[in-house]
Design a protein around this ligand. Structure first.
Ligand code: DP6
Length: 349
């Protein structure tokens, strides 16, 4: 027999960034972060997990290609889920797995991204969130989403925020064992449904410096990172929570843009410096800034993760239409500067 579970998880984009760990193994951050979860129709991971007594070892395929599961992060997630596994019974198939059997059974995992992997579009976020969720369902784990988020976190930090839709905060926590470093939902996807997210894929190539090694180097060498984590982010988190609560787009946009720019300033302050944005990214920032300044109120927020792709958050549908028109004007379809556009909505997991 084979027992299978399939789950789908959207990616999330941080508007207050996570950059830097205080514990590399448990993946504990140096500051809180806040994100918005995207519509699963546009950027998501679909993962099927299967268990069978005929499986000889744990195996995983990513976008159809087998990948090694020897990395500590997969093993940590698998172990954490396995220790919480419960009895499972499927009467129709005549399957009965007892709690204690799970340690002897192996799983096969097949995961697909519907967007470029590792091009700075937070693919690991959707990936590990989906893995933790699907394994949790397969093994009948009783933990709630926040507790599952602490397991997804051990796969990739940003993954913990993809267990919820809407606006999500990753609370850094204080405990050395990471038990209080988990995600909480700030507002669901209906709370601010005017917002429209437009992603300009500047490059779908794999990034040169991974987030993991980039942030390690920043922690080791950037004084700006220390200042940011201690003095800047705590205040910004409170302001961002307030802006989200009040649907205050002017504050939201100002905070998101400033935080993205400061994250990239930390990358520049790292030795050797890390360049995630390119000339096209910088041009997009200028276009957004100029447009916001020419209007009575800001129309768009921008944020860039560990890559050159722009995540643009328009205040409403009208602004999103004007934004896409502007992008098409500056980057016509035949231009070499953009690989493609993805247009999505802020939405629920
Ligand atoms: C720039 O979560 O990919 O996207 O925890 O080492 O797997 P690891 O890093 P990852 O880092 C994401 C960094 C970021 C900002 C963010 O998502 O908050």
């Amino acid at each position: 027999w084979v027992l299978m579970v399939t789950a789908q998880t959207p990616t999330n984009i941080a508007v207050i960034k996570y950059w830097g760990k205080r514990d590399e193994t448990l993946i504990l951050p140096v500051n809180d972060s806040i994100s918005v979860t995207l519509d699963p129709a546009h950027l998501c991971t679909t993962t099927t997990v299967a268990v069978s007594p005929t499986f000889q070892q744990d195996r995983m395929w990513l976008n159809g290609k087998e990948i090694s599961l020897s990395g500590g992060r997969f093993q940590n997630c698998l172990r954490e889920i396995r220790t919480r596994a419960c009895d499972v019974e499927d009467e129709k198939k005549g399957i009965k797995i007892r709690k204690e059997d799970w340690s002897k059974l192996h799983v096969h995992i097949a995961s697909y991204n519907n967007f470029p992997t590792a091009a700075g579009l937070a693919s690991s976020a959707a990936g590990f969130a989906c893995l933790a969720y699907a394994l949790g369902k397969l093994m009948n784990v009783k933990e709630d989403e926040s507790q599952l988020s602490a397991i997804a976190r051990q796969g990739s930090g940003s993954a913990c925020r993809s267990l919820f839709g809407g606006f999500v905060k990753w609370v850094m926590g204080k405990e050395d064992n990471g038990s209080d470093s988990l995600a909480v939902q700030l507002a669901d996807e209906k709370h601010w449904d005017d917002l429209v997210i437009v992603i300009a894929v500047v490059s779908s190539r794999q990034k040169e410096t991974s987030s993991t090694s980039g942030m390690r180097e920043s922690v080791e060498t950037s004084l700006l990172l220390q200042h940011r984590a201690k003095e800047i982010v705590p205040k910004r988190i409170l302001q961002m929570e307030e802006a989200i609560k009040n649907r205050d787009f002017a504050s939201f946009s100002q905070l998101a843009c400033a935080d993205s720019n400061q994250f990239h300033a930390v990358c520049l302050d790292t030795s050797p410096p890390i360049f995630y944005m390119n000339d096209t990214s910088h041009r997009i920032i200028s276009i957004a800034e100029k447009w916001n300044r020419s209007e009575e109120a800001p129309q768009v927020a921008y944020t860039f993760d560990a890559g050159p792709n722009a995540v643009l958050i328009a205040r409403d549908r009208k602004a999103a239409t004007l934004l896409v028109q502007r992008l098409l004007y500056y980057f016509p379809p035949n231009s070499d500067d953009l690989d493609s556009y993805i247009i999505g909505d802020k939405s629920i997991a």
